[in-house]
Design a protein around this ligand. Structure first.
Ligand code: SF4
Length: 385
């Protein structure tokens, strides 16, 4: 392992802010980057090896003409290389999967056909991505899956969606609405927190019924989502700037993808070691320890759940919950969620207008984001509670 990566377990590279979906809960597509400004292979070459999970995301990473080159460069630097895609261009991923069958690929799917296409503003999105994932499976892909952002508009289809992934023989990842600079949005809040939280319970039980260890720990991750949805504190303290960092399309390195004030440096202008071991990084870690947000993004939560030294092992708290809960479900006993979750406390919010659907809407203004100038300030504060 090269020096530097040991400092950081997981890394996400936001390769571009261009996107060909039109989601209601993420406005990256309205704020694209210029291809010439986006983080280059030469800059990413400066990264050390030895990452545990290295996620290539966006925007939509398949819009990068040099995605195959980025994969060739980064595949040797991580135990798991992941591509998070909207799945609208499976043909661009097929040659990559044929070359590296064990690359982890997750397609975003927010519900069954009508629901997905409405939330994500995608014509034929559901059909394209379900067929596309099976195409990657036929090409030899061994770690494929679908991922949904849990929200009011798809909560009734969550278990159905999970069963679809089981029938397809692929994985199912979940996250919840977040305010974050990565999404260019600061009004992503569930309308009915209690309803959404209660519905996640059903998915947890369903996951614990399977024989998949991965699913049992995903069940715990979903328990964290219930806390997030209700506005409670995180289940496990955040380890941003230490165990995970993000690189945005302008090569800026951030402790997390929520708070733009946690800027660590710029990989085009600095070395990785300078960024990760400098005075600024140390100061930011102290700020992270005192962070008042209750975010529980899948990228950051799964890092927090794992042992930073033996990354294939979980921390004690999730392990204990999984053993207890799996045992109860296996014995046919109900899970008493009130033992873990205080449902009497639900964060109250100011009433917000419903999130719009952009399906079939033409002419939405896209603001090309320049390399210079404030990148995220126009969107207000990105706060999660
Ligand atoms: S808890 Fe704070 S520092 Fe950690 S990922 Fe969330 S916003 Fe960032």
């Amino acid at each position: 392992m090269e020096q530097g990566a040991r400092e950081c377990m997981d890394l996400t590279v936001i390769t571009t802010y261009r996107c060909n979906s039109k989601c209601s809960m993420c406005y990256i597509w309205q704020n694209p980057t210029r291809p010439d400004d986006e983080v280059s292979p030469a800059t990413l070459e400066k990264l050390p090896g030895g990452f545990d999970n290295l996620n290539l995301t966006g925007g939509e990473p398949t819009l990068r003409k040099d995605l195959a080159e980025l994969v060739d460069l980064l595949y040797p630097k991580a135990r798991v290389l992941e591509i998070s895609s909207n799945g609208l261009h499976p043909e661009r991923l097929e040659p990559i999967i044929r070359k590296y069958p064990n690359i982890k690929v997750r397609f975003s799917l927010e519900g069954m056909e009508l629901t997905n296409d409405r939330i994500r503003g995608e014509e034929n999105g559901f059909k394209t991505k379900t067929a596309g994932l099976l195409r990657l499976k036929q090409a030899g892909g061994t770690d494929l899956g679908l991922g949904a952002v849990i929200q009011d508009d798809n909560i009734g289809e969550l278990v159905e969606l999970y069963r679809l992934t089981q029938a397809m023989g692929v994985e199912f990842a979940t996250s919840a609405l977040h305010n974050a600079f990565q999404f260019h949005k600061s009004d992503n809040v569930p309308y009915d927190r209690l309803r959404v939280a209660r519905a996640i319970e059903k998915l947890i039980v369903e996951m614990l019924r399977t024989n998949s260890v991965k699913n049992w720990f995903r069940a715990y991750l979903n328990l964290g989502l219930i806390e997030k949805v209700l506005g409670h504190d995180r289940l496990i303290p955040c380890t941003a700037a230490q165990d995970f960092v993000f690189i945005d399309p302008w090569s800026d390195v951030y402790a997390c993808n929520v708070r733009p004030d946690l800027w660590m440096g710029n990989l085009a202008a600095q070395s990785w070691d300078e960024i990760m071991t400098g005075e600024r990084a140390r100061a930011l870690r102290a700020q992270v320890a005192a962070c008042p947000q209750n975010c529980w993004m899948v990228t950051t939560a799964r890092t927090a759940m794992r042992n930073p030294r033996l990354t294939f092992l979980p921390k004690r708290k999730p392990l204990q919950w999984v053993i207890e809960s799996k045992l109860r479900v296996s014995l046919g006993l109900p899970l008493d969620f009130s033992r873990y979750i205080d449902y009497s406390r639900v964060q109250q919010d100011a009433v917000k207008p419903p999130r719009p659907s952009f399906l079939g809407i033409k002419g939405v203004r896209r603001n090309l984001r320049p390399k210079t100038g404030p990148h995220y300030a126009a969107f207000g504060e990105f706060f999660n509670r």
